[in-house]
Design a protein around this ligand. Structure first.
Ligand SMILES: [Zn+2]
Length: 324
């Protein structure tokens, strides 16, 4: 991804849902990558709950060095398992959703509430297929996302990515390094790369503090990581690095918000910068989020708490027990 090649399967799903009596809304999120939303209007929609069932059609990329016995896009059956790229994540879940729809129609069951099926794009690279459906106005009382799961009722942690940028107001030649780091040099300057190293160390301290002090039921301790994922900086071996950018990926728990977590990081790094003679004058700049990891190199996945006592969760649990 992003191969921008989901139009084929999305057209197939749109046709299938249309045959099942759904009205179809299909639109390009990116050229070649459309979302499909099918609506099966309830017979008594005003008085009954509505349900969204959601899945994504994109799959993770196949890398050169992956050791496939068969072509990854030509699935095979082996020992009762279907093997192929995306069989588990999540053509299997998507097929279950479509099959459930088919069974309901074949059994002649008329649903009183609205049923909305969302087939979305872009999940694997953090693109906002589902968010685009929300922005388009699709809402329901309950939603089931049929992506891979270990069947715990525990909510969903969030992720935010951000850039920390350090920039020097002046650019110095490599030959001036002696003047800025040794006694009597008299030049007030610094390498943005060396200062970023200090910030990376600070992020590590904050990460460790979080792992010790924060927790959430059902999550492994220390799930709330701060990953220094990408670093870019410097201009040439003949200069002191006058800028450096760090792309971080931050995981947080269901009961936290991305704003809160970003503010904690900014506050900590700002205090750290106060204690540094050069960073005090050359403040790091923070840029959080975006709508695509690929297109604008940033993303926010909000967290979600699930109340185990919620009637929708109870209904799902009871149904699952019945068919297990
Ligand atoms: Zn998935």
């Amino acid at each position: 991804p992003p191969a921008r090649n989901t139009d084929g399967i999305q057209s197939w799903i749109a046709r299938f849902l249309n045959e099942m009596g759904f009205s179809i809304d299909k639109w390009d999120v990116y050229p070649g990558d459309p979302n499909v939303v099918g609506l099966l209007k309830g017979t008594d929609a005003a008085d009954y709950h509505s349900l969204i069932i959601n899945g994504h059609v994109d799959v993770a990329e196949v890398k050169e060095d992956e050791d496939w016995e068969h072509a990854p896009f030509h699935p095979i059956e082996k020992n009762g398992f279907l093997i192929g790229r995306g069989a588990s994540d999540m053509k299997g879940g998507m097929a279950c959703l479509l099959f459930a729809v088919k069974l309901i129609r074949e059994a002649g069951i008329e649903l009183p509430g609205d049923l909305i099926l969302q087939s979305v794009i872009g999940e694997e690279v953090g693109e906002a297929g589902t968010l685009e459906c929300c922005k388009r106005g699709y809402r329901a009382d309950f939603a089931v996302v049929a992506d891979t799961s270990d069947m715990h009722i525990q909510g969903q942690g969030g992720v935010i990515t951000g850039w920390i940028e350090i920039k020097s107001s002046q650019t110095f030649h490599d030959g001036t390094r002696r003047n800025m780091i040794h006694a009597g040099g008299g030049t007030f300057g610094a390498s943005a790369i060396e200062k970023m190293a200090k910030i990376i160390a600070g992020l590590g301290e904050l990460e460790r503090h979080w792992s010790i002090m924060k927790s959430y039921p059902g999550f492994k301790p220390g799930t709330n990581t701060i990953n220094p994922a990408v670093i870019e900086g410097g201009r040439h071996a003949a200069f002191i690095a006058d800028e450096c950018r760090l792309w971080i990926t931050v995981h947080f728990y269901p009961n936290e918000t991305h704003d809160q977590v970003a503010a904690e990081i900014e506050d900590y790094i700002n205090r750290l910068s106060d204690s540094d003679i050069w960073l005090r004058e050359n403040r790091p700049v923070f840029k959080w989020g975006g709508s695509s990891m690929i297109e604008d190199r940033g993303e926010i996945f909000p967290a979600l708490e699930v109340d185990p006592g919620h009637p929708g969760v109870s209904a799902l649990t009871v149904s699952h027990e019945k068919v297990k």
